[in-house]
Write a protein that binds this ligand. Structure first.
Ligand SMILES: [Zn+2]
Length: 262
């Protein structure tokens, strides 16, 4: 077999890594790049090069990598397959990542507490299909969080708070209402718990120009200093934009129309 050729699984793993790293992390010194390279028997440099190539598909980075050669048909195909079906492709790539390490997908994607929940459900006699669905849902939530938080450099897109445990990978279109975009990184916003809840409840809206709107409903808050600190001072300011996977403008407008209380 030609060792310079990349298999589909290898592309899947590089694309999986692409979603989890920022542009500035696409280099052969990065520990995640080194890890994937050793799993698939390529050099870290070759993996980093593929990552940079993949950014040609991203409108924000397209111009930065103009001079580089085309990433190749297979890489573009995989990128588009992900973009058309984030739900299945991200999960599938995570399963491949586990397989390359001789592990189960839940072992690499979930923390101890999550696994305890799943084991408790197994002990409670849930059947195989329920358990499989449960594992998939939790793995997907965990990958989505990783992708979204990293993409926003682990800080709230509205207030910049950068405490991981207080950050949420918020969905623009609700997880429950929109099945096809559950894992689409363009449907994600990294928000702190307060701004996540306020966005979900419609106290905050974000228009397609990325400017923040504050609902007049909050004008009644008596504690003006708190109101200003948490909300008013962000009004009409642009959110902090991510490294890639910009929030989808259509999704933002849909959220504004259906959820924002003006
Ligand atoms: Zn915030």
């Amino acid at each position: 077999m030609d060792k310079t050729k990349w298999s589909r699984d290898e592309f899947m793993l590089v694309m999986n890594l692409y979603t989890k790293l920022r542009y500035g992390q696409f280099n052969y010194h990065n520990s995640e790049v080194i890890k994937i390279a050793s799993l698939i028997g390529k050099t870290p440099g070759a993996v980093a090069f593929k990552l940079v190539h993949l950014s040609r598909q991203d409108p924000k980075h397209k111009d930065r990598v103009k001079g580089l050669a085309n990433p190749g048909k297979n890489a573009i195909e995989i990128y588009n397959e992900f973009a058309n079906n984030w739900d299945e492709m991200l999960y599938e790539s995570e399963v491949i990542l586990a397989r390359y390490q001789n592990k189960r997908v839940e072992d690499i994607a979930l923390d101890g507490q999550d696994i305890e929940y799943i084991e408790r459900d197994i002990l409670n006699g849930k059947d195989g299909i329920d358990i499989e669905r449960l594992v998939k849902t939790r793995v997907n939530q965990s990958i989505f969080r990783k992708v979204v938080l990293n993409n926003y450099s682990n800080s709230c897109a509205i207030c910049n708070l950068n405490i991981d445990t207080l950050l949420v990978a918020s969905h623009i279109l609700k997880w429950s209402a929109n099945q096809t975009n559950r894992l689409n990184p363009e449907n994600g916003l990294c928000l702190c718990s307060i701004h996540d809840k306020a966005f979900e409840r419609g106290y905050i809206g974000i228009r397609s120009d990325y400017k923040v709107l504050i609902s007049s409903r909050l004008n009644y808050i008596k504690e003006k200093e708190t109101f200003n600190a948490f909300f008013k001072r962000h009004e009409n300011h642009s959110i902090k934009l991510p490294d890639k996977f910009y929030p989808n403008r259509e999704f933002l407008e849909q959220h504004y129309a259906s959820t924002f209380i003006s």
